[in-house]
Design a protein. Structure first.
Lengths: 113, 116
């Protein structure tokens, strides 16, 4: 069965510190992987996506993620967090043709000044 | 990127009434639209998938008679919550993909529904 696990519900980091948000997936076929960010009361904005090729993908706002097939992981990273990064982050796996998206439960990021 | 507009952003309705939420693709042809429901402090739950001109495909456990989905054109899908009850209060989000959207789905801003 398809599933996405984000083991960290809340994470707090200091501004300027590095960040890694974990994501593990279970999917029966080649996964298309995504990270989205949601600000309070807002919709979702795509940060980055992985379909194939280079396993390290760069996204917007200085984020990157690395696909590790052997670990079924797609962790999101940022070398230096800004206060404006405080939001909720969702990892998702999609089927080819995008007829389905499966989301993780989300990780809420707090940034300390 | 492509733009999906969802309206209204917030709505309050009385128990027993129906409320319609619109999802529009502004600059591409949305051949497929998805409707999600987000519970407080929970992830997004896919409710249904609709293809333009076809009946929506509902996920298991979603009442199709309660959550009516219409996707009559390539730019508009609607979700109607019929005979709303307080437990239907939630954040509803649509997303769309199709011609001109590239290789991703784009999300609307979401609708906060409160049933009183």
């Amino acid at each position: 069965a398809q599933s996405v696990t984000q083991p960290d519900i809340h994470i707090t980091v200091s501004e300027g510190a590095s960040l890694e948000l974990r994501c593990n997936y279970s999917y029966g076929a080649t996964p298309y992987l995504f990270w989205y960010v949601q600000s309070p009361g807002q919709g979702l904005q795509l940060l980055l996506k992985y379909f194939s090729g280079d396993t390290l993908v760069q996204g917007i706002k200085g984020f990157e993620a690395e696909f590790k097939r052997s670990q079924s992981s797609f962790n999101l990273r940022k070398p230096s967090v800004h206060w404006s990064d405080a939001a909720e982050y969702f990892c998702a796996v999609g089927a080819h043709g995008f007829n389905k998206f499966y989301f993780g439960s989300g990780t809420k990021l707090n940034v300390k000044p | 990127g492509a733009v999906v507009s969802q309206h209204p952003s917030r709505v309050i309705c009385k128990s027993g009434t129906s409320v319609k939420i619109e999802c529009r693709s502004l600059d591409f042809q949305a051949t497929t639209m998805f409707w999600y429901r987000q519970f407080p402090k929970k992830s997004l739950m896919l409710m249904a998938t609709s293809n333009e001109g076809s009946k929506a495909t509902y996920e298991q456990g979603v009442e199709k008679d309660k959550f009516l989905i219409n996707h009559a054109s390539l730019t508009l899908s609607t979700l109607t919550v019929t005979s709303a009850h307080p437990e239907d209060s939630s954040f509803y989000i649509c997303s769309a993909t199709g011609l001109g959207a590239g290789t991703e789905a784009f999300f609307g801003q979401g609708t906060r529904l409160t049933v009183v």
